[in-house]
Ligand binder design. Structure first.
Ligand code: M6R
Length: 607
């Protein structure tokens, strides 16, 4: 949520900042800006809208080479998206970029007294406090540390002082911030992808750290002002993974990446068709004697958690709770010594999921994270971590990450079942053999023909509201389908367990209301048929996502999207690809900004 980049070095800072901002734009894209040193002055350019707009403005301002600056791409929290509210913010002495939220900014604003504010942001208040402290102390580090002592909330800051040219300062608390160390200069960024093109070496800041970065060196100070020893790490990420290839949108490319992502994850976490977590969890006792499993996540990752609940309860016979992290972190969950908590997160930086993890760590509950981003905070702070190998996901709508998260949840369920002896090795091998068909055959088959999705999209694109119904794991797939459709097409939709609709919501069904029925679990075909009849007799237009063998569903549906026949270890995965394509083609038909839907950001690092 919001992206920060800063640079000081021998190369062209303007180009590096613009490059970094483009790589970070998936984190927020309602406005962008940058401040650069130019002839002993700081010059700032900002724009409402995209980095491409900023680039045009910056070209006019900075025709000569510049060597140091900070940049930002914004996802608005305080104050609407506008040029005035865009970062950097500051005074003639200091400019800052900020990710996160300053919870006590109103009090601090009042305490500043007779100071004029031009924006509605919490960030401007911080800039003015640093300015005040700097005028008092004439010491940049002291002024930042003094400011840090006053702030409540989460923040990563990039700071430059007008009279300290070619030096970038940084402060971090509860919001990601890394320092990149390159041969030709140094960087700060909220995400390594912003500087990976230039260097794969980085320094991780801890909460409360202040850093001073020149083109030759980095100094880090703890909150008490003492200098810290720093250690460099090397990224395992590949810089060149962000292209769209021949696809018009990242979302479509990422859906097409699914067979490879699932194959890679399968390769890393299974051996001879048995789950194998030995690389990160060498001791099987980790899976023994588990009381309750608590799955905590947000959005799509939470829906992967629901599929995980289904797998674990069915196969390992362990009770599972699933809770959105934003509620879990403030709740008073019943946690017992032998419980296990699983945090699922693509980015590994989601603020609520991270806070839930920290709360669990404090209570000494066993934690295991399922994360797609190596080096992310959740990965670093979890008791154990299992990586999904989806590769970087750029589109805001999560697609391939969901399928590999569900895959890992299946493997965890199978592993626990083996250790608990609720399944034999032969049974587990059977399940994994049928699962592997998903990425070798079934998903490639679905991807090979977009006609059914385009037909269904024509129906949906004319509508304002839609409903999803399903039973068992198909109900959980419906939750994810509904989120995907809302997120990128802006069609309002709700997902219901099919038997629940008649307890109130069916009053909303009228002539022409689309109802998408998900019916891949054979044991529910007849029940689903009855539920489809109920909505059809009230005027609904029914689009069914079902297996090829679901004849009784197909014959009463107005539009059919089939997925290959499969078991419980296949259907949630093939359905996921199908509902993602349905959302994609609907949004395409409606001419939406698919990769960067309004109001959203890829990584939600504020509460
Ligand atoms: O990075 P995370 O997996 O923790 O993100 C959680 C949600 O913010 C994310 O899944 C969100 O719901 C997606 N945009 C949905 O497509």
């Amino acid at each position: 949520m919001c992206g920060i980049i800063g640079y000081t070095g021998n190369d062209n800072a303007k180009e590096i900042l613009l490059d970094g901002l483009s790589a970070l734009e998936y984190r927020g894209y309602d406005s962008a800006g940058m401040s650069l040193f130019k002839n002993n002055d700081i010059i700032t350019v900002k724009t409402q809208g995209r980095v491409s707009e900023l680039s045009k403005k910056a070209s006019a301002q900075f025709s000569e080479k510049t060597f140091c600056g900070i940049g930002h791409t914004r996802w608005a929290t305080h104050g609407k998206p506008s040029e005035t509210n865009a970062h950097p913010h500051g005074t003639e002495n200091v400019m800052i970029v900020h990710n996160g939220i300053i919870e006590n900014y109103k009090e601090l604003k009042n305490e500043l007294g007779n100071v004029n504010f031009y924006s509605d942001t919490d960030t401007e208040v911080v800039a003015k406090i640093i300015d005040k402290e700097y005028r008092k102390t004439r010491d940049p580090i002291k002024s930042i540390i003094n400011t840090h002592r006053l702030l409540k909330g989460s923040y990563a800051l990039g700071i430059i002082f007008a009279d300290i040219p070619d030096t970038v300062f940084a402060l971090k608390k509860d919001s990601p911030l890394l320092i990149g160390t390159g041969k030709n200069g140094m960087f700060i960024a909220s995400d390594i992808s912003a500087f990976l093109k230039y260097t794969d070496r980085y320094i991780r800041l801890s909460d409360g750290d202040t850093a001073m970065i020149t083109k030759e060196c980095v100094c880090v100070f703890a909150a008490d002002g003492n200098k810290k020893t720093i250690s460099e790490e090397r990224s395992v990420k590949n810089a060149d993974v962000t292209g769209k290839g021949n696809f018009n949108h990242f979302m479509l490319k990422e859906i097409f990446d699914e067979p490879d992502a699932m194959r890679n994850t399968f390769g890393s976490l299974t051996k001879d068709f048995l789950p194998d977590f030995s690389a990160t969890i060498p001791d099987d006792s980790f899976f023994e004697d588990i009381g309750t499993i608590h799955i905590v996540a947000c959005g799509t990752a939470l829906h992967a958690g629901l599929q995980g609940k289904y797998f674990i309860e069915k196969l390992a016979k362990i009770p599972v709770t699933t809770e959105t992290a934003g509620e879990f972190r403030y709740s008073d969950p019943i946690l017992r010594e032998n419980d296990l908590a699983i945090i699922i997160s693509q980015s590994g930086e989601t603020a609520d999921s991270l806070a839930a993890l920290r709360m669990l760590n404090k209570k000494h509950i066993r934690t295991l994270s399922v994360v797609n981003t190596p080096g992310s905070t959740i990965a670093e702070e979890s008791g154990k971590v299992v990586f999904t190998l989806a590769g970087q996901e750029i589109a805001v709508a999560s697609t391939k990450a969901y399928n590999v998260q569900c895959e890992v949840m299946l493997f965890l369920a199978l592993k626990t079942a083996l250790v608990k002896k609720t399944l034999t090795s032969a049974e587990v091998k059977n399940i994994l053999h049928s699962f592997s068909r998903v990425f070798t055959d079934s998903i490639p088959t679905i991807l090979s023909n977009n006609t059914p999705f385009r037909k269904a999209a024509e129906i949906l694109s004319g509508c304002k509201n839609a409903f999803f119904i399903g039973r068992g794991y198909d109900n959980y797939s419906g939750q994810e389908a509904s989120l995907k459709l809302k997120e990128i097409s802006y069609i309002h939709s709700e997902a219901y367990a099919a038997g629940e609709l008649k307890h109130g919501t069916i009053s909303l069904i009228e002539e022409g209301t689309p109802v998408i029925s998900i019916a891949t679990d054979k044991k529910f075909y007849e029940k689903m048929r009855s539920n489809i009849e109920e909505v059809k007799s009230r005027g609904a237009v029914v689009i069914s996502v079902c297996c090829e063998n679901a004849q009784i569903i197909k014959e009463i549906s107005d539009c059919v999207i089939t997925v290959p026949n499969g078991t419980f270890a296949e259907n949630p995965f093939t359905t996921a690809t199908a509902i993602q394509l349905l959302a994609y083609y609907t949004a395409l038909e409606m001419n939406r900004d698919i990769d960067k839907p309004r109001n959203l950001a890829k990584s939600v690092t504020v509460e």
